[in-house]
Design a binder for this molecule. Sequence first.
Ligand code: FAD
Ligand code: NAD
Length: 509
Amino acid sequence: MLNVPSQAFPAPGSQQRAASGGRSKVPLKQGRSLMDWIRLTKSGKDLTGLKGRLIEVTEEELIRHNKKDDCWVCIRGLVYNVSPYMEYHPGGEDELMRAAGSDGTDLFDQVHRWVNYESMLKECLVGRMAVKPVAVAKGILLKSQVSDLPAKEISPSYDWFQTESLVTIVTYTKQKDMDLESVIVDYQDGSFRAEIIIKDHSYLLYTELSHEIQEDITVHVAEKTGKVEIVLKKKDNISWKYLGHPLENHNSFTAHRDTGLYYRKCQLISKVDVTHDTKLYCLMLPPGTHLQVPIGQHVYLKQTVAGTEIVKPYTPVLDSLYLDLQEPIHPHNKYIYFMMKIYHTGLFTPHFDCLQIGDGVSLSSPEGNFKKSQLQELEELFLLAAGTGFTPMVKILNYALTNITSLRKVKLMFFNKTEGDILWRNQLEQLADKEKRFEVEFILSEPTSEWTGKQGRISLPLLSGFVKRSIENSRVLVCICGPEPFTEQGIRLLKDLNFSKEEIHSFTE
Ligand code: FAD
Ligand code: NAD
């Protein structure tokens, strides 16, 4: 048997981030859903043709397996026979064939880095490459390799000191735009892990602490200097001789796109109906975790369905639109809310909905390219949402109305199939009544005859009247989110309406 690389943190390429390009699903044949694939992998059928043997694959051998019925693909040094998977691939056979007989790591990363291929394709594993393929196996950039960053950004360092009862770990990032959202801390089973996000890189501290600590960890960030202080409470008031034993990639500075996602187990605290098929779920972070999901970003939720790990992205919302714009009852940094639509024929959501209060769910660190700074000094904000594409708009709406004093107008155009599908309709209408700067319009694609509002799908006539600058050259942002065809069409129409690339932010995979 070969020594297949360990799947421990950071599992090479595991559960990675959504690529910016997005992907299109193709209609799959009857009996070829992901669930059918999982069933096939559990059937005991020999999917590699090697009867469970793992082999060492040379480049010459890999190249030979380049046909649909004999197709091997290498991802991060591991070679899979993907022929049995062809008909089950949501992106279609042609997309998979682009990597036939070659190293598909880059292609895979461009399209769906976060998909947990190790779990999905484990029965298709042929072996590992004899010679490491050209693509970087794990992509850890050491400090000396970070050449595209200004020098002052490439050398974060840490120090630690103690009092009788506390241990303080200090990191000097020398960055001005740091805040509490830039620091993610986890303390689980004696391991302390802190990820400090500095622009598009992560500085990682990962160590098995020399002594036990209490679970309430405090984080301070000095926004002007970028100094990050993580304060640990000792369990016993004794002097520590050293901080701990370094774990994998401790004290490394890595391009964010190359870090595997880190998961922690949260607890389901509540679920409340929002509409006939959508619920608001509240997850509680473990006590040793400090994590705040930035506005406009998403996380990945992971659960095991029929023995296979399934990962899907979700965008946290608030527990309500806070009509009085006051602080939420639950502090942001312990509870995370999700508004999730349950698809009865879906893979992830029916299982998620079966979770009982108190059950555990794995939640990743945040991802996404929306920046709060895009809202600074805006005068007009237009939000175009379809279905659950409303989710990123929730925090944006709340933040914009609460913090952006230059804003004169926030308009939400919300596309749904029927009246019964409109999420938080009452709250939105009440907010519009109360807050003069906010306006909402509902557009239905499958209305009943009683509906007197606007109808149809996204179109130029609908948009041209709605996303209109009230003053020439006003500072504007249009955010758009929904099913892929909706978003793609919306972007095209916005460009036709002369909005620049910088004035459009689309939330895509
Ligand atoms: P799937 O198995 O993906 O199926 C969904 C539907 O598509 C079903 O009706 C299924 O029958 C059909 N289907 C599946 N495959 C095919 C195919 N090949 N051809 C035709 N039909 C097919 N959703 C939310 O509810 N809330 C959120 O906050 C949220 N945030 C997101 C953030 C991001 C960045 C992205 C990219 C998506 C987000 N989503 C969100 C969507 C979410 O990630 C899942 O896609 C969704 O929950 C469906 O997952 P599922 O596994 O249950 O369904
Ligand atoms: P849905 O099927 O209920 O449709 C809602 C509305 O979208 C429809 O009424 C229609 O106006 C429009 N629409 C649907 N299909 C369209 C098409 N082919 N062309 C033009 N317009 C179309 O929507 P849903 O089931 O709630 O799905 C929401 C989608 O939003 C999912 O695909 C989900 O992945 C995506 N989403 C993405 C993010 C993100 O951040 N990227 C976040 C949340 C949801």
